[in-house]
Design a protein around this ligand. Structure first.
Ligand SMILES: *[C@@H]1O[C@H](CO)[C@@H](O)[C@H](O)[C@H]1NC(C)=O
Ligand SMILES: *[C@@H]1O[C@H](CO)[C@@H](O)[C@H](O)[C@H]1NC(C)=O
Ligand SMILES: *[C@@H]1O[C@H](CO)[C@@H](O)[C@H](O)[C@H]1NC(C)=O
Ligand SMILES: *[C@@H]1O[C@H](CO)[C@@H](O)[C@H](O)[C@H]1NC(C)=O
Ligand SMILES: *[C@@H]1O[C@H](CO)[C@@H](O)[C@H](O)[C@H]1NC(C)=O
Length: 247
C-alpha cells in the first residue's frame, strides 16, 4: 500500500478527453434514451390499442355468435312450427279427400280400415265370431287392439257404425254388471295389455247398437280392431292428385 502511488494515475493516464465531447456524447445518449422511451411509449400505446381492438372484435364476435345462435334457435323453432302447420293442413285436406274417396292414397290407415280422428278401425271378417281372448289376439295380429270408446267424438263415430254384437276392449271382470247405455262408457276401465289373466269365469263387454252388455268372455262375438293412424304424408296428397288428374 502506498508503494506505487502512481499506479492508479497510470491507469487513467490516457489522453484527456475534451469535455465538450463528453457533453455531446451524454446529450446524444440522453436523446437516444428519450427517443427510445418515446418510441417504446408509442409502441406500447399502439400495442394497447391493437389489443383493445382485438378484445372489442372478440366481444363483438361473441355477441354476434350468440345472437346468431338465438336466431338459429328461432329459425328451427319456426321451421318446426311451420311443419306442424303444414301437417295440420295436409291432414285437413286428406280428411276432405277421404269423405269423397274412402281409399284415397293420402289415408293414413291401411286399406279397408276406416279413419276417424287419429285412429284406424277395421271390421274384421264381418260374419266371423270369436271368443273375447281370440278376438283380442286377432287384433294384436294387426298391431291393433279391440275397440275402445274413450271420447265423445269416437262415441258418435261408433254410433254411426251401428255395431251389433261386437266385442269391446273393456277390461274383463269377475262379476256380470247390468247393461248400460253406450253414452256412459267413456269413463269405464278400458283394457290395457297389463291387466290380469282372463279365465272362463270372467265377463267381457260387448256393444249392441247403443247399449253395452257383459257376457262370459268365452262366448263368441264379432270383432272390430283399432290402432293409431300414421301421419298424413304431404306427398301422398300431391302425388295422388297428379295421378287422379291423368285418369
Ligand atoms: C356483427 O354483426 C353486425 C351486424 O350483423 C355486422 O355488421 C358486424 O360486421 C358483425 N361483426 C363481426 C365481428 O362479425
Ligand atoms: C324470435 O322470434 C320471435 C317471434 O317470432 C321474435 O319476436 C324475436 O325477436 C326473435 N328473436 C330473435 C333473436 O330473432
Ligand atoms: C312456435 O310455436 C310455439 C308454440 O306454438 C310458440 O310459443 C313459439 O313462439 C313459436 N316460435 C316461433 C319462432 O314462431
Ligand atoms: C307390427 O309391428 C311390428 C313392429 O312394430 C312390425 O314388425 C310388424 O310388421 C307389424 N305388423 C303389422 C301387421 O303391421
Ligand atoms: C302393470 O300394472 C301395474 C299396476 O297396475 C304396474 O305396477 C306394473 O309395472 C305394470 N306392468 C307392466 C309390465 O307394465
Amino acid at each position: 500500500m502506498g508503494e506505487h502511488p502512481g499506479h492508479y494515475r497510470d491507469t487513467f493516464s490516457y489522453p484527456p478527453v475534451p469535455s465538450h465531447v463528453w457533453r455531446q456524447g451524454a446529450l446524444a445518449l440522453t436523446l437516444l434514451c428519450l427517443l427510445l422511451l418515446i418510441g417504446l411509449g408509442v409502441f406500447g400505446a399502439i400495442c394497447m390499442e391493437k389489443l383493445n381492438k382485438l378484445q372489442n372484435f372478440k366481444e363483438e364476435l361473441q355477441r354476434n355468435l350468440s345472437l346468431q345462435l338465438m336466431q338459429n334457435t328461432n329459425s328451427s323453432q319456426k321451421i318446426r312450427n311451420l311443419s306442424i302447420k303444414l301437417e295440420e293442413i295436409a291432414t285437413k285436406l286428406c280428411r276432405e279427400l277421404y269423405t269423397k274417396n274412402k281409399e284415397h292414397k293420402c289415408k293414413p290407415c291401411p286399406e279397408e280400415w276406416m279413419w276417424h280422428d287419429d285412429k284406424c278401425y277395421l271390421l274384421h271378417a264381418y260374419q266371423r265370431q270369436e271368443t273375447w281372448q281370440k278376438s283380442d289376439e286377432i287384433c294384436s295380429g294387426y298391431n291393433a287392439s279391440l275397440l275402445t270408446i274413450k271420447s265423445k267424438s269416437v262415441l258418435e263415430f261408433i254410433k254411426s257404425l251401428m255395431l251389433s254384437n261386437f266385442w269391446l276392449g273393456l277390461s274383463p271382470r269377475k262379476d256380470n254388471p247390468r247393461y248400460r247405455n253406450l253414452d256412459t262408457v267413456i269413463l269405464l276401465h278400458w283394457f290395457t295389455r297389463n291387466t290380469s289373466v282372463i279365465n272362463d269365469k270372467m265377463y267381457c263387454g260387448w256393444i249392441h247398437y247403443t247399449t253395452v252388455y257383459y257376457t262370459k268372455c268365452t262366448e263368441t262375438k264379432s270383432i272390430i280392431c283399432e290402432k293409431l293412424a300414421q301421419s298424413v304424408k304431404i306427398e301422398s296428397i300431391l302425388m295422388s292428385e297428379v295421378l287422379d288428374g291423368r285418369k
